[in-house]
Design a protein around this ligand. Structure first.
Ligand SMILES: CC(C)(COP(=O)(O)OP(=O)(O)OC[C@H]1O[C@@H](n2cnc3c(N)ncnc32)[C@H](O)[C@@H]1OP(=O)(O)O)[C@@H](O)C(=O)NCCC(=O)NCCS
Length: 189
């Protein structure tokens, strides 16, 4: 179980904007829904789930299980401006590999928030004793690939025509990995 004592956590962007990071709670369903309504359609084309349906967001809020998916929200006042999730397996051969996903509201992009949220995910990955953090993006999501690479993720491979968007068009999937800074001894846990 990751300690969540550090939340709520206040952060300041380089332009002075003040935000709060905290885990999503059940009561955030409407706030998260408002957030996804502000995400451009082209970004939603490559979402894993259809967030244009409110029941999808409500289901997430109803079924929160931080050990499996830990969603960290960035809020400005009462408004959600970003959502980052850390996905983990409790058991099995990938239990020390976490997958992260990040979504920033358009008016908060290119202000350093993505960097701050990836750093937050790295911190949580360390607390969870993960061995690797993994991120995925389609090749066209250059901003995302750049943001992950800037934070130490390596592009490990490209799966050609691996994923489809909501219109059925195929895209190359880029897989990025961040090795957590553990010793070889620790690796054998
Ligand atoms: C990808 C995303 C999370 C980046 O967040 P952000 O807050 O804009 O990122 P930052 O301002 O911290 O920028 C970090 C780095 O990302 C890269 N980057 C950001 N925007 C970029 C753009 N439009 N084009 C190219 N590179 C870009 C740069 O390397 C930048 O570093 P720099 O500021 O030193 O140049 C955000 O753009 C987003 O939510 N995009 C849509 C969803 C998405 O693609 N999610 C990723 C799939 S998990």
């Amino acid at each position: 179980m990751i300690s969540l004592e550090r939340y709520p956590r206040e952060i300041r962007l380089r332009d002075g904007a003040q935000l709060t990071f905290r885990p999503m709670i059940r009561e955030d369903a409407d706030r998260l829904w408002d957030f996804f309504c502000r995400i451009p359609a082209e970004d939603k084309m490559v979402f894993r789930e259809d967030v244009s349906r409110k029941e999808v967001v409500e289901r997430w809020a109803e079924n929160l299980d931080y050990a499996s998916v830990l969603p960290i929200l960035a809020l400005e006042g009462d408004q959600v401006v970003a959502d980052a999730t850390l996905h983990r397996n409790r058991t099995g051969w990938k239990q020390r590999v976490g997958t992260i996903r990040i979504q920033i509201a358009p008016d908060f992009r290119e202000r350093g928030l993505g960097t701050a949220m990836i750093r937050e995910m790295r911190h949580l990955g360390e607390k969870a004793a993960l061995r690797y953090l993994r991120a995925e993006a389609i090749e066209e999501q250059e901003a995302a690939i750049g943001a992950f690479e800037k934070m130490g993720f390596d592009r490990m491979g490209v799966y050609p025509n691996f994923v489809n968007d909501q219109k059925g068009r195929l895209h190359n999937l880029v897989v990025l990995l961040y090795p957590m800074p553990y010793s070889e001894v620790e690796m054998n846990f």
